[in-house]
Design a protein around this ligand. Sequence first.
Ligand code: GLY
Length: 560
Amino acid sequence: MTGNVRSMLVLALLAAPAHAKSPPALRGTHGMVASDNAIASQVGARILADGGDAADAAVATALVLGVVQPFASGIGGGGFAVVWRTDEKKGYALDFREVAPAGASKDMYLDAAGEVIPGASTRGPRAAGVPGEVAGLWALHQAHGRLPWAKVVEPALRLARDGFPAPALLAERARDKQAELAERPALAAVFLPRGEPIAEGATVKRPALAATLAAVAKGGAEAFYRGPVAKKLAAAIKADGGLITADDLAGYATKVRPVVETTWRGQRILSMPPPSSGGAVLIEVLRVLEGDDLDAMGHNSSAYIHRLAEALKHAFADRARVMGDPDFTPVPVDQLIGDAARDRVREAFDPAHTLARDAYGAPNGLPADGGTSHFSVIDRWGNAVALTTTVNTSFGSMYVAGATGVLMNDQMDDFVSKPGVPNAYGLVGRAANAIAPGKRPLSSMTPTIVLKDDKVVLVVGGSGGPTIITGTLQVLLNILAFDMDPLAAVQAPRIHHQWVPEVLLLESEIPMDVVDALKARGHQVKVVDRFNAVQAIEVDGAVMRGASDPSKLGAPAAAP
Ligand code: GLY
């Protein structure tokens, strides 16, 4: 990053503890990026300031995130974007999710006795799906880019080649995963210099990845999927016992899908359809809450949290029952977000008590924010991108594909290895999400855009496994139903329930009398620290207000 970039962009926040009281969200009028890393947000805002479209800024931000916070995203992963184009008054979903390689099979993570082999779907080259990140960013740029591709790739390339100061979160994740990183020389060389976790602020260089990014800057997606990078990736993965071949890479295709959508209190909510469960679960719950006087219940009162948790339990049970890749299995989204589902959930509600597990559906440790990153972008013309990108768990599969420097995802763990057996995020599922060649694993990522009269009023989404859905939902409700400033909305304590396991997670700042009142309704309660991170930009006329979740030490940036 040049001194110029640093000096001309506005930094919103210094790192602050979750939920700390703070000034209002960052304000801007010429475009904004809210990501979970300050450097990435600043790079995106610089691209906007240079005349870039929201899509240009999204590409640059995503690539920088993958360099500076590789535990949470990168070109070895994939993601989703919900896009709003202001001139065409058109929104769509871009799916660049990883797919299972042709050599994958339903029982590939089971032993001879039919039991799940611990770690098989989360570690090493066999845990990786065919990455979609470069194809997705290329597609976004091809459709809407105003600046040259090489220019939007350049900041990530420069940071990887010349070095960057280790963000505090990278230092923390390196400490957290020290033992596992130490067993992998390609990772240890970068993140455990002299055998010790990289210190915050120490210079990190990623020369192998820089060479790959240089090839991508020159040759675009073709270089990654069919050109020199593809050849190196396929050779390294084959040598290391993985399944992804040159044909798998050459065959990878992004998909443009219609958004899943509802009108809620006069505003249009556009979110991510299957193969993410995020949009459908979000909208199923919003519809259940639509008729309620949430203000009268009170934000984070026991009555409100109980109502929310009960709706979430139904929606997550529906997720486990029917959701998977819509190109392989019919997913009845209209039924999940329709009037019948809303009425069924409302009728089942008991204000005094939670229900037995099977009342929500026939049958998911609990997640920490793992290997995912969300950012929100709006440009001066009103175009918006909500983009969530992932390598799945922290540092993905922990497998670096040879000299490419590409840290591969472990997205195969988002499939159901065996019905009823929870994945790394405690989620269960059925045949709809079984492994099959070319299939996309079910996701929880929930990039979301809210419109009023065809103008963007909110760009929001988060990271944190299944808690992405609940985090995004609560921040959306905090802004739209409780009229909070985006930073207050992002900082307010959150809850999570995913039906199975039968545990209601409550952040520790929820008052004890509320905790007790929820226990009295039969909830098994666990008080925890923050488990997800949400980035939001609210737009009100010409004014943009953005917030990055302080818990992940991110910060938004505004184009000057
Ligand atoms: N890998 C996290 C998700 O897609 O939900």
